[in-house]
Write a protein that binds this ligand. Structure first.
Ligand code: ADP
Ligand code: MG
Length: 223
Protein backbone atom coordinates (compact mmCIF):
# COMPACT_ATOMS: atom_id res chain seq x y z
CA UNK A 1 0.00 0.00 0.00
CA UNK A 2 2.84 2.35 0.98
CA UNK A 3 6.38 2.40 -0.36
CA UNK A 4 8.86 5.09 0.59
CA UNK A 5 12.20 4.89 -1.21
CA UNK A 6 15.14 6.88 0.07
CA UNK A 7 12.88 9.70 1.20
CA UNK A 8 14.38 12.84 2.73
CA UNK A 9 12.79 15.84 4.35
CA UNK A 10 14.95 18.87 4.79
CA UNK A 11 14.62 22.55 5.52
CA UNK A 12 16.80 24.85 3.48
CA UNK A 13 18.08 28.14 4.68
CA UNK A 14 20.51 30.31 2.79
CA UNK A 15 23.62 28.60 4.08
CA UNK A 16 22.65 25.10 4.94
CA UNK A 17 20.27 22.21 4.62
CA UNK A 18 18.89 20.73 7.83
CA UNK A 19 17.61 17.18 7.56
CA UNK A 20 14.48 16.19 9.47
CA UNK A 21 14.27 12.80 7.73
CA UNK A 22 17.07 11.14 5.83
CA UNK A 23 17.06 8.05 3.63
CA UNK A 24 13.73 6.63 4.75
CA UNK A 25 12.91 3.24 3.20
CA UNK A 26 9.59 1.89 4.35
CA UNK A 27 7.06 -0.57 2.98
CA UNK A 28 3.66 -1.01 4.63
CA UNK A 29 1.28 -3.63 3.28
CA UNK A 30 -2.49 -3.45 3.35
CA UNK A 31 -3.88 -4.74 6.64
CA UNK A 32 -0.80 -3.96 8.75
CA UNK A 33 -0.93 -2.14 12.10
CA UNK A 34 2.37 -0.32 12.49
CA UNK A 35 3.59 1.73 15.46
CA UNK A 36 6.21 4.42 14.93
CA UNK A 37 8.29 5.14 18.03
CA UNK A 38 11.29 7.29 18.85
CA UNK A 39 12.47 10.22 20.93
CA UNK A 40 10.87 13.62 20.73
CA UNK A 41 12.17 15.48 17.66
CA UNK A 42 13.22 12.30 15.82
CA UNK A 43 10.87 13.03 12.91
CA UNK A 44 7.86 10.84 13.72
CA UNK A 45 5.21 13.47 13.01
CA UNK A 46 6.99 14.60 9.86
CA UNK A 47 7.05 11.01 8.59
CA UNK A 48 3.38 10.48 9.39
CA UNK A 49 2.44 13.77 7.72
CA UNK A 50 4.32 12.75 4.57
CA UNK A 51 2.60 9.35 4.53
CA UNK A 52 -0.74 11.14 5.06
CA UNK A 53 0.03 13.64 2.29
CA UNK A 54 -0.26 16.60 4.62
CA UNK A 55 3.39 17.29 3.86
CA UNK A 56 5.68 16.41 0.97
CA UNK A 57 9.09 14.73 1.03
CA UNK A 58 11.94 16.93 -0.22
CA UNK A 59 13.53 14.06 -2.13
CA UNK A 60 12.97 10.37 -2.80
CA UNK A 61 9.96 8.41 -3.96
CA UNK A 62 6.58 7.78 -2.38
CA UNK A 63 4.14 5.28 -3.84
CA UNK A 64 0.63 5.00 -2.40
CA UNK A 65 -1.50 2.19 -3.84
CA UNK A 66 1.12 2.02 -6.60
CA UNK A 67 0.60 5.68 -7.51
CA UNK A 68 3.74 7.87 -7.62
CA UNK A 69 2.71 10.53 -5.10
CA UNK A 70 6.11 12.25 -5.38
CA UNK A 71 5.21 13.19 -8.96
CA UNK A 72 1.75 14.52 -8.15
CA UNK A 73 0.53 18.10 -7.83
CA UNK A 74 -0.74 19.36 -4.50
CA UNK A 75 -4.29 19.15 -5.78
CA UNK A 76 -3.95 15.51 -6.75
CA UNK A 77 -2.34 14.49 -3.45
CA UNK A 78 -5.01 16.38 -1.57
CA UNK A 79 -7.66 14.40 -3.44
CA UNK A 80 -5.87 11.13 -2.64
CA UNK A 81 -5.74 12.16 1.01
CA UNK A 82 -9.47 12.88 1.07
CA UNK A 83 -10.37 9.65 -0.63
CA UNK A 84 -8.22 7.17 1.27
CA UNK A 85 -6.86 8.58 4.49
CA UNK A 86 -8.23 9.26 7.94
CA UNK A 87 -5.96 11.28 10.23
CA UNK A 88 -6.16 11.55 14.02
CA UNK A 89 -4.12 14.32 15.66
CA UNK A 90 -2.72 14.42 19.16
CA UNK A 91 -4.24 17.82 19.84
CA UNK A 92 -7.57 16.75 18.30
CA UNK A 93 -7.64 19.63 15.74
CA UNK A 94 -11.41 19.95 15.98
CA UNK A 95 -13.02 23.11 14.64
CA UNK A 96 -14.06 25.14 17.69
CA UNK A 97 -16.92 26.92 15.93
CA UNK A 98 -18.56 23.70 14.80
CA UNK A 99 -20.65 21.31 16.87
CA UNK A 100 -19.74 17.66 17.42
CA UNK A 101 -22.16 16.75 14.64
CA UNK A 102 -20.67 19.27 12.21
CA UNK A 103 -17.09 18.32 13.03
CA UNK A 104 -17.78 14.67 12.26
CA UNK A 105 -19.60 15.66 9.08
CA UNK A 106 -16.77 17.80 7.61
CA UNK A 107 -14.87 15.11 5.64
CA UNK A 108 -18.13 14.15 3.91
CA UNK A 109 -18.67 17.76 2.84
CA UNK A 110 -15.16 17.85 1.36
CA UNK A 111 -15.97 14.74 -0.58
CA UNK A 112 -19.28 16.03 -1.85
CA UNK A 113 -21.43 13.36 -0.21
CA UNK A 114 -25.16 14.15 -0.56
CA UNK A 115 -27.09 15.55 2.39
CA UNK A 116 -29.27 12.48 3.04
CA UNK A 117 -26.30 10.15 3.03
CA UNK A 118 -24.31 12.51 5.25
CA UNK A 119 -27.10 12.53 7.80
CA UNK A 120 -27.27 8.78 7.98
CA UNK A 121 -23.47 8.34 8.15
CA UNK A 122 -23.09 10.92 10.93
CA UNK A 123 -26.00 9.38 12.84
CA UNK A 124 -24.33 5.98 12.57
CA UNK A 125 -21.03 7.37 13.90
CA UNK A 126 -22.68 9.25 16.77
CA UNK A 127 -24.41 6.04 17.70
CA UNK A 128 -21.26 3.93 17.45
CA UNK A 129 -19.32 6.38 19.64
CA UNK A 130 -22.26 6.88 22.03
CA UNK A 131 -22.27 10.59 21.42
CA UNK A 132 -25.84 11.12 20.25
CA UNK A 133 -26.67 13.22 23.33
CA UNK A 134 -23.57 15.37 22.71
CA UNK A 135 -24.10 16.06 19.04
CA UNK A 136 -24.99 19.75 19.49
CA UNK A 137 -22.17 20.58 21.91
CA UNK A 138 -19.02 22.42 20.90
CA UNK A 139 -15.52 20.95 21.42
CA UNK A 140 -14.77 23.14 24.47
CA UNK A 141 -17.80 21.66 26.21
CA UNK A 142 -16.25 18.17 26.05
CA UNK A 143 -13.51 16.45 28.02
CA UNK A 144 -10.23 15.64 26.26
CA UNK A 145 -11.23 12.00 25.92
CA UNK A 146 -14.54 12.93 24.35
CA UNK A 147 -12.85 15.38 21.98
CA UNK A 148 -10.49 12.67 20.84
CA UNK A 149 -13.41 10.31 20.24
CA UNK A 150 -14.88 13.02 17.99
CA UNK A 151 -11.47 13.27 16.29
CA UNK A 152 -11.47 9.52 15.71
CA UNK A 153 -15.09 9.52 14.53
CA UNK A 154 -14.24 12.28 12.06
CA UNK A 155 -11.23 10.32 10.80
CA UNK A 156 -13.33 7.18 10.32
CA UNK A 157 -16.52 8.54 8.82
CA UNK A 158 -15.22 8.41 5.26
CA UNK A 159 -14.33 4.72 5.76
CA UNK A 160 -10.63 5.35 4.97
CA UNK A 161 -8.41 2.56 3.71
CA UNK A 162 -5.60 3.94 5.84
CA UNK A 163 -5.88 5.36 9.35
CA UNK A 164 -3.00 7.51 10.59
CA UNK A 165 -2.82 8.63 14.20
CA UNK A 166 -0.19 10.90 15.73
CA UNK A 167 0.01 10.12 19.46
CA UNK A 168 -3.78 9.76 19.58
CA UNK A 169 -3.83 8.95 23.28
CA UNK A 170 -1.04 11.35 24.29
CA UNK A 171 -3.41 13.71 26.09
CA UNK A 172 -5.76 11.10 27.52
CA UNK A 173 -6.16 9.17 30.76
CA UNK A 174 -5.05 5.56 30.46
CA UNK A 175 -8.62 4.27 30.45
CA UNK A 176 -9.64 6.55 27.57
CA UNK A 177 -6.43 5.65 25.78
CA UNK A 178 -7.19 1.97 26.15
CA UNK A 179 -10.65 2.50 24.69
CA UNK A 180 -9.14 4.06 21.59
CA UNK A 181 -6.47 1.35 21.29
CA UNK A 182 -9.13 -1.35 21.52
CA UNK A 183 -11.10 0.40 18.80
CA UNK A 184 -8.00 0.55 16.56
CA UNK A 185 -7.37 -3.14 17.18
CA UNK A 186 -10.93 -3.95 16.16
CA UNK A 187 -10.71 -1.78 13.03
CA UNK A 188 -7.45 -3.48 12.10
CA UNK A 189 -9.01 -6.91 12.65
CA UNK A 190 -11.73 -5.81 10.22
CA UNK A 191 -9.05 -5.00 7.64
CA UNK A 192 -8.13 -1.36 8.10
CA UNK A 193 -4.46 -0.48 7.68
CA UNK A 194 -3.25 1.60 10.64
CA UNK A 195 -0.07 3.53 11.35
CA UNK A 196 0.20 5.23 14.73
CA UNK A 197 2.90 7.28 16.40
CA UNK A 198 3.16 6.46 20.07
CA UNK A 199 5.44 6.96 23.05
CA UNK A 200 3.86 4.05 24.86
CA UNK A 201 5.33 0.55 24.52
CA UNK A 202 1.98 -0.72 25.78
CA UNK A 203 0.07 1.03 22.99
CA UNK A 204 2.63 -0.16 20.46
CA UNK A 205 1.80 -3.74 21.49
CA UNK A 206 -1.66 -3.35 19.98
CA UNK A 207 0.03 -3.29 16.59
CA UNK A 208 2.04 -5.99 14.89
CA UNK A 209 5.20 -4.08 13.97
CA UNK A 210 7.32 -1.34 15.52
CA UNK A 211 9.37 1.10 13.42
CA UNK A 212 11.88 3.07 15.50
CA UNK A 213 13.20 6.45 14.43
CA UNK A 214 16.26 8.29 15.69
CA UNK A 215 17.54 11.57 14.30
CA UNK A 216 15.38 11.25 11.20
CA UNK A 217 16.43 7.71 10.29
CA UNK A 218 14.86 4.29 10.84
CA UNK A 219 17.06 2.43 13.33
CA UNK A 220 14.94 -0.69 13.71
CA UNK A 221 11.87 -2.24 12.16
CA UNK A 222 10.35 -5.47 13.33
CA UNK A 223 7.58 -7.51 14.85
P1 ADP B 1 8.63 14.14 16.50
O1 ADP B 1 7.21 14.03 16.03
O2 ADP B 1 9.38 12.84 16.45
O3 ADP B 1 8.73 14.76 17.85
P2 ADP B 1 8.90 16.08 14.37
O4 ADP B 1 8.66 15.33 13.11
O5 ADP B 1 7.77 16.92 14.86
O6 ADP B 1 9.42 15.10 15.49
O7 ADP B 1 10.15 17.04 14.16
C1 ADP B 1 11.44 16.54 13.88
C2 ADP B 1 12.44 17.68 13.87
O8 ADP B 1 12.21 18.55 12.79
C3 ADP B 1 12.38 18.55 15.11
O9 ADP B 1 13.70 18.89 15.46
C4 ADP B 1 11.59 19.75 14.66
O10 ADP B 1 11.95 20.88 15.41
C5 ADP B 1 11.99 19.87 13.21
N1 ADP B 1 10.94 20.44 12.37
C6 ADP B 1 9.73 19.90 12.12
N2 ADP B 1 9.03 20.66 11.26
C7 ADP B 1 9.82 21.71 10.96
C8 ADP B 1 9.69 22.87 10.14
N3 ADP B 1 8.59 23.08 9.41
N4 ADP B 1 10.72 23.75 10.10
C9 ADP B 1 11.84 23.52 10.79
N5 ADP B 1 12.03 22.46 11.59
C10 ADP B 1 11.05 21.57 11.67
MG1 MG C 1 5.43 14.51 16.93
Amino acid sequence: MITLKNADKYIESRFRRTFILKGIDLVVKEGEFVSIMGPSGSGKSTLLNIIGMLDKASAGEYYFLDEPVHKFSERKTSNLHKEYIGFVFQAYHLIDELTVYENIETPLLYRGVKSKERQSLVAEMLDKFQMVAKKDLFPDQLSGGQQQLVGVARALIGKPKLLLADEPTGNLHSEQGEEIMNLFKKLNDEGMTIIQVTHSEKNAEYGSRIVRLEDGAIVSDGK
